[in-house]
Design a protein around this ligand. Structure first.
Ligand code: DQA
Length: 146
């Protein structure tokens, strides 16, 4: 089983991106932590990051049938990423939205996510731990289905 770990714009520079908000873990660190979380269950992680919405949409299409679930940090596409939203609407497996920061404790423009209504759940404000928690949840949500 393969878990899709999808990160949107500006998340490839984690580690040096506003570390006071996003911490110092790199995306590679997060990938390792997620992989460790699911390895006992025999799952693998396919980690993809793109700065542009179209690339994210294409990857969701491409992996709709060879992944068992997904963790999605849409970055700022949470605000108006309508084509990302539609791609996820057609993704047939459970997926969880993750934000490193507590978006509701920040600027108003981050308070609504266009993808959140479609997610199995949302984790925000727990830093890299949020990705691990999402992975643990997907083991339960997607684990029995296949
Ligand atoms: C983020 C929160 C978004 O509002 C922001 O645009 C990001 C990162 C987070 O992980 O906290 O790029 O998704």
């Amino acid at each position: 089983n393969t878990l899709l770990l999808l990160n949107g714009p500006n998340l490839g520079i984690l580690g040096r991106r506003e570390p006071e908000i996003y911490g110092t873990d790199t995306l590679a660190d997060i990938e390792k932590a997620v992989a460790a979380e699911v390895s006992d269950a025999g799952w693998e992680v396919l980690s993809l990051q793109h700065d542009s919405e179209g690339d994210l949409v294409r990857d969701i299409h491409r992996h709709h049938s060879d992944t068992v679930g997904a963790i999605v940090n849409p970055g700022a596409l949470m605000i108006a990423g309508w084509s990302l939203r539609d791609a996820l609407a057609a993704y047939p497996r459970p997926w969880i939205e993750v934000h490193l920061s507590n978006v509701w404790a920040r600027e108003r423009f981050r308070h609504e996510s266009v993808i959140a209504p479609l997610a199995s759940g949302v984790v925000a404000g727990l830093g890299p731990m949020g990705y691990r928690l999402a992975a643990a949840a997907l083991l339960e949500l997607a684990g029995g289905e296949r």
